[in-house]
Design a protein around this ligand. Structure first.
Ligand SMILES: [Zn+2]
Length: 235
């Protein structure tokens, strides 16, 4: 059939299809962005958990070390007060050992305090970081569910449009269809443009009067915009 309205209808189905595909694309991109946010939050949370575990390990080791030092000090003090020898070198050696251990004890205590500070700082951060991680996780899950629903719904709309387009194409003159398809490819998916008040609604070109006359009188012919080369028809 040589009816330009059928081409317009075909263009409208194509527009709906493009709109749906755009929504699907946007949904995919926002899903990817949320996945990225979640991965970053997860990494941060895992790193912090690891850091806390490692400080706890260090703290435990340092406490053991401290216990050993304290036991040594006790041992050498006992030795100092219970020994029966009056050998001055031996006594000085014991005193030196006690002093050495006292110094080590003081270093070890400093170390314990230092680790406890770092651990406390990590634990203080952990509340917010765990929350960020859990929030990102639930947001991602919500988006995944919404995306699955959107894809399900829109895919059935796309199938529906595909069927309508095929049925419509059967009614259109073959030569016109070929022109539509060629124009469609060359004009970013907009093959048909409406002319309103003498102006092409896509490229805003003002058509010459002679062209407008043709448009109104030769309704069984295809007409094209002089500027954007799209198929034109009157509103
Ligand atoms: Zn135009």
């Amino acid at each position: 059939m040589r009816n330009v309205n059928l081409l317009l209808e075909l263009q409208r189905f194509c527009d709906q299809e493009a709109e749906i595909k755009k929504r699907q694309r946007e949904s995919v991109f926002s899903l990817l962005a949320l996945e990225k946010t979640f991965t970053a939050a997860e990494k941060q949370w895992n790193e912090l958990k690891q850091s806390i575990a490692s400080y706890k390990g260090l703290l435990m080791a340092e406490n053991l070390q401290l216990e050993t030092i304290e036991a040594n000090i006790k041992k050498w003090n006992t030795e100092l007060f219970t020994t029966h020898t009056a050998n001055p070198k031996y006594l000085r050696d014991i005193e030196a050992k006690i002093k050495e251990n006292e110094t080590a004890k003081s270093h070890s205590e400093d170390k314990v305090l230092e680790i406890m500070d770092l651990l406390e700082a990590d634990e203080a951060k952990s509340i917010q970081i765990e929350k960020d991680y859990l929030d990102a996780q639930s947001l991602l899950q919500l988006k995944k569910d919404a995306h699955a629903v959107l894809v399900g719904e829109t895919n059935s709309s796309l199938q529906d449009l595909e069927r309508k387009k095929s049925e419509l194409r059967l009614q259109i003159d073959e030569e016109w269809l070929a022109t539509f398809d060629k124009t469609f490819l060359q004009s970013q998916g907009k093959a048909v443009s409406l002319i309103s008040k003498g102006v092409c609604q896509i490229c805003r070109f003002m058509l010459p009067t002679s062209k407008l006359d043709q448009l109104y009188t030769q309704k069984d012919e295809l007409h094209f915009c002089d500027n954007c080369k799209r198929i034109i028809m009157v509103d």
